[in-house]
Each structure stands twice: as C-alpha cells, then as structure tokens.
Ligand binder design. Structure first.
Ligand code: FAD
Length: 421
C-alpha cells in the first residue's frame, strides 16, 4: 500500500481501486484469489494505461531478489520484480552478463519483457528474448512453470504477454560471460551519410543508436557501443560518415547533464555500465516527458525515416529527441519485432499533450506503408483493428489467454480492445 498512483512520467493516473505491495508469494496469492480483477504493476515506466485495472494492482518491488545462477545451463533466476540495474550488478559480481539492456536500468525485468522492451544491435533481440523460463501465478493462485524448452508450444506467447496471462513471480534468463564495452559518440552525422550507409552505420557496433531532434538534417549524436577488451585504449576514428568524434561525455538530450549518462569517450567499462545510456543513480531521460515509438522492418527503415523527415518542421518544436535503434527478429507472438528484423523510431516528446495527440496520427500515417508496430508501453493512436493485422499470431495469444484465464481476471480495457473481445 501507499504506492504512487501515477506512472513514472506522471502522465497517467491509475484507476485501480487498490495498489498492493506483497512481500511473498503467499501474500500475492491471497490478493489474486480474492480479487475478480487484478494486474501486475512493474516500475511504472509505461506511458499509457497498459498496466491498469479497475480492481487490484500488485507491484512486486518487494519480490525482487536475485535467486541463483546456474553455471552449467548459463542462466540466472530472480524474483520477477527485480530491476535490470540490480540484476546486472549481481551478475557482474559473479562474472556474468545479459546480452543487452534498454536505455535505462531502472525498469523491472518482468515489466520490461511484458512489453518487448528493447535496446539496440542488429544481432540483439529485445530483452524478452533472453527469458528462458517464467513462473506465472494464474487466476486460481497456483503457479504455472513455463519454459522455452519445457513448454515450447505456449512459451512464445507467454513472455511478451502484456500482463494478460497472470503475474510473473520468477524469471529465468540466459546469461553470458561478462564482457567489456566501450562507447564512442559522433556528433552531427549528416542524414545523407547515415541513411546512405544505414546498414554499415547500424552494424558498426554491438549496439548503435542514432539521435536527432530534427532541427537540422543530421543525427546530432551517434552512440556506438562496441564489445572490447577491458584494456582497449586504441583511439576511435576521428570521423565516421561525416560525424565528428566527441571529445567528452554527452547527454543525448540537448542541455541535459552528461552526469546522468554512462561513460563515453571510448573508455572500456563493464557491460552493465555501458549498454544502458542512463545511470541507475540518476533520473533517466528528462522526466517531464511523453514517449512514443514505432518499429518498422529494417529493410524499409531508410524509407520510413525519410517519410518522418518530411514532418520534421512539425515535429521539432514539440520534441526533445528521436532515437533510432535496431532489433533482431524473434518468434514471440506479441513481440514488436516478431518475424522481422526491425528498426525502432522513437520520440521523446515535451509534455504537450495536444500537440503530441495531433502529431502521432501524422507520423503513423507517414509510416503506414511500413506497417509500424507501436511500442506497447508508449503512446500511440493506431486502432486495435489495424494492430491485429500486424500480429499474425494474435489469435494464438487470444486462445492462450482464454485457456489460462477464462474469466479474464488479468485483462483490462487495453487488452480487451486489442483482442477484440
Ligand atoms: C525514461 C524511460 C526510458 C525508456 N527506455 C526504453 C528503452 O530503451 N527501450 C524500450 O523498449 N522501452 C523503453 N521505455 C519503456 C519501458 O521500458 C516499458 O514501458 C516497460 O514495459 C516498463 O517496465 P515497467 O517495469 O515499468 O512496467 P510497467 O510499465 O509498470 O508495466 C508494463 C507491463 O508489464 C506488466 N507487468 C509488470 N510486472 C509484471 C509481472 N510481474 N508479471 C506480469 N506482467 C507484469 C504490466 O501489467 C504491464 O502490462 C522507457 C521508458 C521510460 C520512462
């Protein structure tokens, strides 16, 4: 109880009658068994009403411990409320790593994976693709164990599940031996160069992000994160497709302090100190903001970016920044990168609701030929009927939701709208 009733960005007020913070599986079970409508709340970083319910919200912040590393299977198991920053520190202390991270370490593993949260990297799937097992508390309070190898027929529907199947209490993720990463930032790379050499640019590192505020025809910053040895002190090329190597750390948001950001200038560091853009001890991004993001097929990304560029003059006054990232295709039914290598075009907006509501349909129309899939946890106006066409396995998800939760205890208006029920 006494959990904040707003999301992180303070742009959505949860309508739930109660918000609980159970400290054990038994306490959680009591809530689930006694409530006709219940949903999980992660760290509240989504920008829309996706987590909400009219009944009971449960936040698993007190069920967030790392549990065990299996060195033979190369997996880690943790309570589902754990945040990536905490899991990363635990893994690194034991000599292990995750394959990738999002821009911020503050989000919970279960909440992030439920929405197909992603970082960047041509060969990196979204964060949910690292999950190989999940223990779900279902409607009667029992726990169903699902695994990539153990229950292959349903597993691809059960991780990116928008909280609609049950409440994840434990997650198991693939791990790697720890590795070092350096990030070099290039400033003012002209669009013509970056888009003319898009594949080379995006594949030039383990994880590459392009940032623009659309006020000039260039990417203001290009963040190139490369896996390397911890003692790599080789100089980076001074120029990269017309971008100039930055001499000191930068924040991708103009005018914001680089103190909030992970170390750049090519200094190698641990994977969990470099793959995020923002540091755990500081506020990520701006705070007072809205976000939307659309994933398009990587093969059409240049066309899609050129289509958005035509709206630059309308977008720029209301925007902090756009980030462009690359995500490998996966098989998860509701993943925004389902069956297609993707590029994500992201918008961090000023908190100007009216302008953002007017702009989203314009961007969605410009991107329509590329069948954009909006980030589930960000703002969009694409209607459910159109979304349904973009998820070929949605009917399988619908059947799974009906069989695991026949009374719809874990469903809400967002999920019902999507499923068409
Ligand atoms: C500053 C900022 C930066 C961001 N950067 C990125 C980024 O780099 N990449 C990206 O892809 N996204 C990014 N996001 C979006 C964010 O990662 C997603 O919205 C993510 O889902 C938030 O996770 P959360 O833990 O806050 O979950 P919430 O937003 O609280 O919930 C999201 C969904 O997860 C479900 N859920 C939560 N816990 C559980 C559980 N235990 N069991 C079952 N379902 C559960 C909820 O029911 C809900 O459906 C960013 C958001 C912010 C605010």
């Amino acid at each position: 109880m006494n959990e904040p009733s707003q999301n992180w960005a303070k742009c959505y007020e949860y309508g739930a009658a109660r918000i609980h913070s159970p400290a054990s599986v038994d306490q959680l079970r009591q809530i689930v068994q006694s409530s006709p409508k219940v949903r999980a709340l992660g760290t509240r970083h989504s920008f829309n009403g996706l987590p909400d319910t009219e009944g009971d919200l449960v936040h698993l912040g007190r069920m967030s411990r790392p549990l065990a590393i299996d060195r033979e299977r190369m997996t880690v198991t943790a309570e589902a409320g754990i945040r990536y920053g905490e899991l990363g520190a635990y893994l690194e202390a034991n000599g292990f790593a995750l394959a990738n991270l999002a821009s911020l370490p503050h989000i919970s593993v279960a909440g992030a994976c439920s929405t197909a949260t992603h970082g960047s990297g041509d060969r990196n799937g979204n964060l949910a693709t690292s999950v190989c097992g999940v223990d779900l508390m279902v409607a009667d309070g029992s726990i169903v164990q699902l695994g990539r190898n153990e229950t292959p027929e349903t597993f691809d529907g059960a991780v990116v599940a928008l909280g609609a199947l049950g409440i994840a209490v434990r997650v198991t993720l693939d791990i790697l031996p720890t590795f070092a990463v350096r990030q070099d930032v290039y400033e003012d790379m002209p669009f013509d160069e970056a888009l003319g050499h898009f594949d080379e640019t995006m594949s030039s590192g383990y994880s590459v992000s392009l940032f623009t505020d659309w006020t000039a025809p260039c990417f203001n910053q290009v963040w190139r994160k490369r896996a390397t040895s911890p003692d790599d002190d080789s100089p980076a090329e001074p120029e990269f497709f017309g971008g100039r190597l930055a001499a000191h750390d930068l924040n991708p948001i103009k005018g914001s302090s680089p103190e909030n950001c992970t170390t750049q200038t090519g200094i190698p560091g641990r994977w969990n100190d470099r793959l995020n853009h923002f540091r755990m001890e500081f506020t990520p991004s701006v705070g007072d903001e809205l976000q939307s993001e659309y994933l398009v097929p990587r093969s059409r990304a240049v066309e899609a970016l050129r289509a958005v560029q035509l709206l630059a003059d309308q977008i720029a006054p209301h925007l902090y920044l756009t980030e462009v990232r690359s995500i490998a295709a996966d098989r998860m039914w509701l993943s925004t990168a389902y069956a297609r290598d993707s590029v994500a075009i992201h918008f961090t907006w000023k908190k100007e609701w009216d302008a953002v509501h007017d702009l989203m349909p314009l961007i969605e129309a410009a991107l329509a030929p590329y069948e954009p899939r909006p980030h589930w946890g960000k703002l969009f106006t694409i209607v459910p009927a159109v979304l349904r066409e973009r998820y070929p396995r949605l009917h399988d998800f619908h059947s799974l939701a009906k069989s695991m939760d026949p009374a719809g205890k874990f469903r809400n208006a967002f999920v019902d709208g999507l499923l068409g029920s």
